[in-house]
Design a protein around this ligand. Sequence first.
Ligand code: PEP
Ligand code: MN
Length: 338
Amino acid sequence: MIVVLKPNATEQNIQHITEKAGKLGLRVNVSRGVERTVIGFIGPEDKLQIIPLETFPGVDKVIPVLVPYKLVSREFKPDDTIINFSNGASIGGKKIAVMAGPCAIEGYDMLLSIAQKVKAAGATLLRAGAYKPRTSPYDFQGMGEEGLKILRQVSEKVGIATVTEVMDPRDVELVARYADILQIGARNMQNFALLKEVGRVKTPVLLKRGISSTIKEWLMSAEYILANGNFSVMLCERGIRTFETETRNTLDINAVPVVKQKTHLPVVVDPSHGTGRWDLVGSVAKAGVAAGADGILIEVHSNPEEAWSDGAQSLRPEKFERLMAELSAVAKAVGREL
Ligand code: PEP
Ligand code: MN
């Protein structure tokens, strides 16, 4: 449920409602828009029925949030969520965040060299996996905690925040000790135990869209994280499975404006997994920026032929640098910056 305040509502009116909600065991989210302030309630809403909110000073109307993803919805919070990272970078504002790096951490030297190059080219965050969700149990599964230690060392040396995947609810606290953003991979989008666990920590979460998930299912998964207390969630469109076989997945570009309409959470586009082909990554990345993405995730590897995973869709650092200049031009054309 949300309360829309009158244009002349005072801070005292807001405080009065906040205090009443607190007494009922509910938390509030106050969105101060240019024209109106909207208060959203977090917690068991039935408790609100006992207080006549309509009669409170400053209240214009009380509106139920009808969509099932309540905390995630724009009704609940009309203004865009901006998430700040440890190194001063952020996502959700005018500046588009670029997350770049190898699919997997393969060692200290390779990660350091890629991190330095992507940072110099303007990337906001370093991405690299220590736990890899592989189709075959015989393929490289990631370096685990040793990889996380390398990620942290490189992050500190280069001065760049990091995003890395967590696959197991038991590893959430461990991964959160080393990384700035926890990635929930496409295959785990509906791993509800994992979603609840990342909801209980404060570390921002990048929630990838499931391989065969609808936008509604994706938003419901995000709702799990917010409902458990973590409001720092980014949604990442990384392509869905269709009948098309030319590309690894079909990046659903429609999802970007749809999700921007329905939620206040930042949206990231991943053209690397979305296409599976390095030669298509640039075009689809530009489409993502043009469509309104708040972030772009790109796999970069110095030697894609030798990469331990996802080499076919990884850009060499020089290509990534050139693409950054093109993305910057597209960003400017749509009123954003890189
Ligand atoms: C990845 O980012 O390397 C990855 C495994 O992504 P996804 O979960 O989208 O396949
Ligand atoms: Mn990958």
